[in-house]
Structure formats: C-alpha cells, structure tokens
Design a protein around this ligand. Structure first.
Ligand SMILES: [Zn+2]
Length: 335
C-alpha cells in the first residue's frame, strides 16, 4: 500500500532530504546492513493510546532509512513503527547517531553559538513562568555540550548535566559546567535532586516516555518543575520529510504532548505553540485516560498532505509563498 504521502516517501532510493557527510552516509549503510543481518532488530508497538489502528504516512525517514512513520487513527499521534528494539536503539546511539546527524563544516564553537541562542529562549521561557531562578538546582538529561545550562549558571543556579557524548561533555566541562556521563539511569543512581529538570528535544526519543516520566518524578524536589521541549509537527513550515526521523519514537503536537504528560501524572504550568512547556507532578491518584480523538487524526492527515514534499522544489516554493503571505499579513498588506 502506498503511504499517505505518496511515492516520494516510499523507497530507500531517491534524493535524501537532509544531506549527510561521507561519515554519515557510511553510518546509514551500516544501519541498513545491521538490519539485514539481524544484528539490529525491529519491534512493533501499539500507540500510547493503546490502539494499533494506524495509517502508514511514510515508509522511510529523512535519511531514507527503513523506519516507517504511522498515524494513529484513534488519537492522531504519530509514531515510528516498527522501530529499533531497546538493545538496537542503545547500540544505534553509541555507534551511528552522531555520525549521521553531524553537519559538514560545523565547528564546536559554531554549535555553541547556534545552540546558545536557542538556549536563551528556553531560559527566558522558564524565567517568565517561574520568576526568579537564582539559587535553584537545575538538572538536564541529554544535555549535549551543556548549552542549555549556561544561561541558568549565569543567573546563579547550581547546574548539572548528563549525556552520553564524551566530546560534548569535555567541551562543556571546559566551559566550567558540571557534566557527567550517562542518562536518566545514571542520574537516578546518583540520587540527584533538582528544582528544575530540563528535557530539551529528548522526550520524543524515549521508547517508553510514560515510564520515563514516572521515574523523573523521584529526581524532583517537593516544589520542583519539569521543562519539556519537543518538536511540534504543526509548527513545521518547511519540507515535511526533513522532520520524519526514525529516532523520534513519537512526533507530538501540543494536544498529544499534554495527553502524555497528564497520563504520566503531570499537570501543566505553561505550554507554548513551539512546545516549550513546564509541568508539576499532579495530585490526582488515577492517571488521566487517553481519549479517542479522531478529529485530531483527520487534522493531522490534512496537515501532512498540505506540507508533503512530493517534489522538493515545489515544496520549497510553497514554503517561500507561505512566508511571504505571513509577512504581508504582519505588515497589514492583507486582511
Ligand atoms: Zn493513538
């Protein structure tokens, strides 16, 4: 069956929407070989709502790796299905992830410039909703080089980060940050306690986000708050296929993220349209149910069809047109 988005999203052969370096291309080939040899194993899981009624959106991801994206017709959540199982996922992050995702010509200092600008936005969002932050203990899981922690450290917070990437950890340490090897399990083993925990572009990678969100509660102090940022599908205004990544177990919109958080026992403090959000442990004893939302499934389907890049040039022209239209509306040329 042809995927919802058509032939362009069907095959491992064809233009790759996100160019990789030579190292990245060879890492992609290794992933395909590992799947063919059985070294990497795939598993199929139902949606977080429990349903396995789904429509195939694309059969390959943005590197044309054979990781299909499917849309749950019961609740509108997108997921990668089938996906790598837990052991294969761990090996993938250790062996292939960084090589596939690195960009040619990007130096470490330019990475800190680009990420630093985004980090300031996250810091301002937290300060706007939480008030003065000085004296807070801030903990980040999946901190990379610690760029998100720098503005918090500058504001007088005690910061600590965990990540698996040795080179990033080393760079962050050179900048005076307390960064440690490992992920959530290392933070749990170290009995960390924080007033603010940061999960920035991390939650969408977890195989079992609900369980992970349960575990994170024990890292928070009594009045602690969790910051979550994930990509918002509905905020995409560029080539859609760039956003389809096999490593993203789930792709959220604000409504589906809130459902997951509520189900995992978190109540919203703030949530903005680019899905920067803050949450506190909720007092309710029963986890919130995951409601049927076929209208969101239809809305998501319409959005995907509107932004599909059947032809890259056509898609780019459409994106430019949208931006011009938005700019004209902003300066009052259009009603
Ligand atoms: Zn669902």
């Amino acid at each position: 069956m042809t995927p919802l988005l058509g032939e362009y999203y069907q095959s491992a052969h064809g233009p790759i929407p996100v160019p990789t370096t030579e190292r990245g291309a060879s890492a992609c080939r290794e992933v395909v070989e590992a799947l063919a040899s059985g070294h990497y194993r795939l598993e199929s899981r139902p949606c977080l709502c429990g349903s396995d009624t789904a429509r195939i959106v694309a059969r390959v991801d943005r590197y044309r790796l054979p990781f299909p994206t499917v849309l749950c017709l019961r609740c509108g959540l997108l997921r990668t299905d089938p996906r790598l199982d837990a052991d294969s996922t761990e090996d993938f992050y250790k062996t292939h992830y960084r090589r596939i995702y690195e960009r040619a010509g990007h130096s470490m200092s330019s990475l800190y410039d680009v990420q630093g600008a985004l980090a300031k936005g996250r810091f301002r969002f937290a300060r706007r909703h939480l008030g003065a932050l000085d004296g807070m203990r801030v903990l980040e899981i999946g901190c990379g080089g610690g760029w998100n922690l720098l503005p918090f450290a500058d504001a007088g917070c005690a910061v600590r980060g965990y990540d698996y990437d040795e080179e990033y950890l080393h760079e962050g340490s050179k900048r005076g940050l307390d960064l440690r090897m490992g992920g959530l399990s290392a933070a749990l083993a170290a009995n960390e306690k924080a007033d603010l925990i940061l999960l920035s572009h991390v939650l969408e990678h977890f195989l079992d986000p609900q369980e992970t969100l349960h575990q994170i509660r024990s890292l928070l102090t009594d009045k602690g708050v969790l910051f979550v940022e994930v990509p918002n599908l509905f905020a995409i205004r560029d080539r859609l296929m760039r956003s389809l990544q096999g490593v993203h177990t789930y792709t959220f919109v604000p409504r589906t993220l809130e459902r997951l958080m509520n189900r995992a026992g978190w109540g919203r403090v703030a949530l903005n349209p680019v899905i920067q959000s803050l949450w506190r442990p909720a007092s309710a004893r029963e986890p919130a149910p995951w409601p049927v939302d076929e209208s969101l499934a239809r809305e998501t389907q319409r959005f995907l069809l509107r932004w599909q890049d059947a032809h890259p040039l056509l898609s780019r022209m459409r994106a430019v047109g949208e931006r011009l239209g938005a700019a004209a509306a902003t300066i009052g040329l259009l009603d």
